[in-house]
Design a protein around this ligand. Structure first.
Ligand code: DAK
Length: 257
């Protein structure tokens, strides 16, 4: 697959997608998002890849949706563009995605990072939902995922003031998993991806799915969902192999089945 606005690098079992509109701080236009959705879907069904890293560049992960593309749009334009479907496709990825964030992660850029499963940030990362400054509000999950990550009060401040928070604040608030020096953020994300990619892939997918369900279901229904996935893994070859290897005191050899 050929892409113009993203760069895909495969180093099986991990793949790295780099957002690549550096002149506009990786502003997310429709073309880029469509390519990104196609790329993650392709990787999701690529058996050589177990974990995906999504990154930008040192100055920007992404400074938001492309304002120039939306500036003249009216409600009907926005509706008929059906731009949520690409976000839904990215959100639907079953393999884990790690966001490696440096510089600006604003608006749709912050929402894209939050759509990932783990966020590794450089010390220079800045997160924010500045949509309020341009007359709108977050539209791709910012009021929902941010609130679930950092709680009502911090989320309210970020969404209503439009101010950015730095990596350390984001870490304290529970928005990012780890903060590392700028020269290491991508390496660190890849290292973490390597660890996850070395785990049994079916269990990883079902575990991801179960954690995400905790945001959607009541505790009772979530526990029921988790239990079914847990039972399901007992029909996998990797469950037999993992437990046998433990008993035999050796490293398991995963089949992804
Ligand atoms: N869109 C388009 N261009 C952008 C951009 C953006 N979001 N952010 C930066 N750029 C462009 C600038 O226009 C500039 O281009 P030229 O003037 O050189 O042609 C270039 O990137 C460099 O930017 P600056 O010169 O402004 O760089 P600075 O370092 O001075 O400032 C900044 C960096 C990040 C503080 C500043 O660029 C800035 O405030 N950017 C806008 C941030 C922002 O407001 N982001 C939220 C956008 S609204 C949806 C889903 C999601 C969304 C909408 C709909 N649907 C599913 C329907 C999300 C909405 C948003 O994200």
């Amino acid at each position: 697959m050929e892409f113009e606005n993203i760069i895909l690098t495969k180093e099986a079992p991990i793949a790295t997608i780099q957002l690549n509109r550096p002149d506009v701080l990786n502003a997310l236009n429709r073309k880029l998002l469509t390519e990104l959705a196609a790329c993650v879907e392709e990787l999701d069904s690529d058996e050589s890849v177990n974990c995906i890293v999504l990154t930008g560049n040192e100055k920007a992960f992404a400074a938001g949706a492309d304002i120039k593309e939306m500036a003249e749009a009216d409600t009907i334009d926005m509706l008929s563009r059906d731009s949520f479907s690409v976000w839904d496709r990215i959100r639907g990825t079953r393999k884990p995605i790690i966001a490696a964030v440096s510089g600006f992660a604003l608006g749709g850029g912050c929402e894209l990072a939050m759509m990932c499963d783990i966020i590794v940030a450089s010390e220079t990362a800045k997160f924010g939902q500045p949509e309020i400054n341009i007359g709108v509000m977050p539209g791709a999950g910012g009021t929902q995922r941010l609130t679930r990550a950092v709680g009502k009060y911090k989320a309210m401040e970020i969404v209503l003031t439009g101010e950015m928070i730095g990596a350390d604040d984001a870490m304290r608030a529970g928005l990012v998993n780890r903060v590392v020096p700028v020269e290491l953020y991508l390496e660190e994300a890849k290292k973490l991806a390597g660890v996850i990619a070395s785990k049994p892939p079916v269990a990883v997918k079902l575990a991801k799915e179960s954690v995400l369900k905790s945001h959607e279901l009541s505790l009772k229904d979530g526990l029921e969902f988790e239990r079914k996935n847990f039972y399901m893994l007992f029909s996998s070859e990797d469950q037999k192999e993992g437990m046998k290897a433990f008993v035999e005191k050796r490293k398991p050899k995963w089949k992804g089945k």
